[in-house]
Design a protein around this ligand. Sequence first.
Ligand code: FNR
Length: 364
Amino acid sequence: PKLAKLVTVDDFEAVARGNLTHSAYDYYRSGADEEHTLHRNRSAWTTYELWYRALVDVAQPDIRTTVLGTTLRSPISIAPTAYHTLAHPEGERATARAAADVGTLYVASTLATTTLEDVALAAPGAPRWFQLYVHTDRAFTARLVERAKAAGYSAIAFTADTPCLGRRCADVRNGFALPNGMEMANLVDIVPPDLREGAGSELARFMASRHDPSFSWKDFEALAKMCAPLPLVIKGIVRGDDARRALDHGAKAIWVSNHGGRQLDLAPATADALVDVVSAVGEQADVYVDGGIRSGTHALVALGLGATAVFVGRPVLWGLAAGGHAGVTRVLELLDEELVRAMRLAGCPDLASARDGLVRHRSR
Ligand code: FNR
């Protein structure tokens, strides 16, 4: 179907599902274990109400935001997700070009199927961050950081919710593995030669063999020094006390996330965690959020609760599988259009005005 006929992110998911193999769709869609957190992430946004104001001049809602000194045309950015060539042959390159089209930020994953240098070359002028997993081989981790600096990435987002991989049951059942011809392009030097052998999820085996579950706050502080002059963002925080600790140990911004419900099942929905983290951090640092954001209205709730920017993971993959570069661009445009419409209806000329008593929890 024509992209223009797709009216919601869910419409894109339906088309994507038809274009993807069964196991690729399962990999993208799944959450951990019983998937409570996966589902709560989305439904939690709808437990808030938007107490709109009447008769405000909303002829030109301004959705620009500034993250770590970079002004973005849209506050709805692209969360790091692995394996984009599973969705479309152009993979991460297409995603990077789409982010540049709409003027938002692309956070490239350590687990990309395109090298971080090639992602940068695909959209040279666009803002981009690199998402980092810490490997047991610390020298290799340091090399990844140096490569990101050399390729013009402007921040490192360290993922703190993955000391081991959460169990995604469908991937275990499917024996999910990257098809021949695709690889973890940033990591070819450290992929074990026998990775293909074994039962269950290949990614879970890789993480178990190469990721460092002993990584703790003192290591984080050393990582922040290693990343300098690039700012280090910590992704995967749900607690206010952890957010404060992260700032004390050198983080420059806090990214509230539970990895799209793919790590610890029964972790809190990110909408609820956002409230705790914003009240702990105050004006001291940017707070970002992702998880279950499927419409501009959800994004407006997040921005109204104090997020500086929001990120989407799966919606981008659905756009990529539905229509490559044009599909991702259209998903991001759709979300921006929904955000602008919601701001008009809510009486918000800009994002600051959304933080002024617009959002209230239903039970309050
Ligand atoms: C992810 N996520 C993720 N996060 C990360 O830090 N590094 C990664 O490589 C990946 N890979 C990944 C793959 C897939 C298929 C998904 C769905 C997610 C988590 C991602 O950055 C983000 O936190 C969530 O996707 C946000 O939730 P929604 O928008 O997908 O609901």
